[in-house]
Design a protein. Sequence first.
Length: 288
Amino acid sequence: MNAIEQYVAPTSLAQALDCLSRGEVTVLAGGTDLMPQSAGGKVKLRPTLMNIRRVPELTGIARDGDAIRIGALVTVTEMMRDALVREHLPVLVEAGDHFASDQIRNAATLGGNVNNASPAGDLLVPLLVLGAEVELAGKPNGAIATRQLPLAEFFVGPGRTRRQPHELLTAVRVPLPPRGQLARFYKFGTRPALDISAISIGLAAVADDGVLSNVRVAFGAVAPTPVRAPRTEAALEGRRLDASAIEAAAQAAFDEVRPIDDVRASAWYRRELIRNMTRRMLDDVAQA
Ligand SMILES: Cc1cc2nc3c(=O)[nH]c(=O)nc-3n(C[C@H](O)[C@H](O)[C@H](O)COP(=O)(O)OP(=O)(O)OC[C@H]3O[C@@H](n4cnc5c(N)ncnc54)[C@H](O)[C@@H]3O)c2cc1C
């Protein structure tokens, strides 16, 4: 049974961080993960429930030097409609297209997806291949302190991150892609719509005269966290996307993932999907 003693809705980052510093707080953003998890007994709410939706510092998408800063409260719908994202980071729009339903996209936030730290979180795989960083803020000694961490280092296990209890995730920073970068996101679930990924694949690479460099590949739902795939990346780095490179990458992907059996798919099926979907994704890129 959850015993919420207090509901707070701060209107500034400083207020929110003060509240967090006092301890025993559950952070609520869109609630699309938190509410079902709490109702299902998977998560026990702490005595203070803090709704962060009125904190202005967590909103908005803006150019920030050589990166695009996406506020933690930006919803999937807002992200998909944003001009900067559409121009520079279209793979996030592609991922949004595969994300739940319109109703959920209108409420689900980027910060919630990242903090929920599901191995199958759909925004995490494209953000990994784009080299994103998370921005965290805390107020441990009376003044706001911020830090940044590569997204790849943020996840510790299913539902577990390196965020400290006194910190809020304030934003995700995505470097502006280099000229010639292509990026793709593939998701496979048991239904074509409104489904959590059985597996997902992200790819980013610079294509110069057909030759790939700076290759990044990531997989979702095949490990306790979304993961980069160094052997698959190595199979593609410096290669032209011909049939033999595609086959080598698909086999490397099959060899390097170690998924588990669960309600959505068996480990065997997931490995086959990874091999086949990697091949299909690379075929599509080669023909584009
Ligand atoms: C029907 C349905 C379909 C779904 N389909 C998909 C799907 O296709 N793909 C997918 O990836 N997900 C899916 N989800 C999961 C969910 O919608 C997403 O993970 C969503 O992005 C969570 O965001 P939220 O704002 O609702 O987070 P919340 O539920 O409010 O919070 C999630 C977690 O993050 C913490 N948190 C939130 N914001 C912050 C912050 N700024 N700082 C620190 N901690 C924070 C909360 O305390 C909580 O632990 C689905 C959920 C439902 C109910």
